[in-house]
Design a protein around this ligand. Structure first.
Ligand code: SF4
Length: 178
């Protein structure tokens, strides 16, 4: 499979928002592009991949991106010119990952989502602020969106009383990162 540069681009207002200022763009491909999805899933750590229906969605630059076997849809586009530019960027990125697939390990399963409350239950819950966050829950929330590093919770790594929680949390993060 190689995604051709030629595709049919359709621009439309979201059906649920008639008169909306922002637009959706859909590129239609004659070829089935779903073979690349497990590689995208491995590279796009925030993506949601559903292998049963061969769909993968993610958010790139504030825009929702959805890929199905014969189409890519982008949302939140202000005009046609932007749609063309942004679609070209996505197609180029998908092609780049496909061409590099021999160096990548595909991820064929849905990535486990990180949930702030599940992370919080494994933190020391002392709100000591040593991680730079005002509370342990705020730190947990930052972890879910990749804006904090678990290593910043120094009590978790320095104090033996948290050894079991630390191990469980590291396993949870490893599963989430695929
Ligand atoms: S350093 Fe750890 S224990 Fe302290 S507030 Fe941050 S997450 Fe909580």
């Amino acid at each position: 499979m190689f995604i051709a540069k030629d595709y049919e681009l359709r621009l439309e207002a979201p059906a649920c928002e008639p008169g909306a200022e922002y637009w959706n763009a859909t590129a239609h491909f004659a070829d089935d592009i779903s073979e690349v999805f497990p590689y995208l899933n491995a590279q796009w750590t925030g993506a949601i991949y559903n292998p049963a229906v061969r769909q993968i969605t993610t958010n790139i630059g504030g825009r929702a991106v959805a890929l199905k076997p014969h189409e890519i849809t982008l949302s939140n586009l202000p005009d046609r010119d932007t749609a063309v530019i942004e679609m070209e960027k996505i197609v180029a990125e998908v092609n780049r990952i496909w061409m590099d697939r021999e160096n990548l390990t595909p991820l064929h399963t849905q990535r486990k989502r990180l949930v702030a409350m599940e992370i919080y239950t494994l933190l020391p819950q002392t709100n000591c602020k040593r991680c730079g966050q005002p509370t342990c829950f705020a730190f947990a929330s930052k972890i879910t969106v990749g804006e904090a590093d678990i290593q910043a919770c120094t009590p978790l790594f320095e104090e033996e009383q948290y050894a079991e929680k630390r191990q469980a949390l590291l396993e949870m993060l490893a599963q989430a990162s695929g």
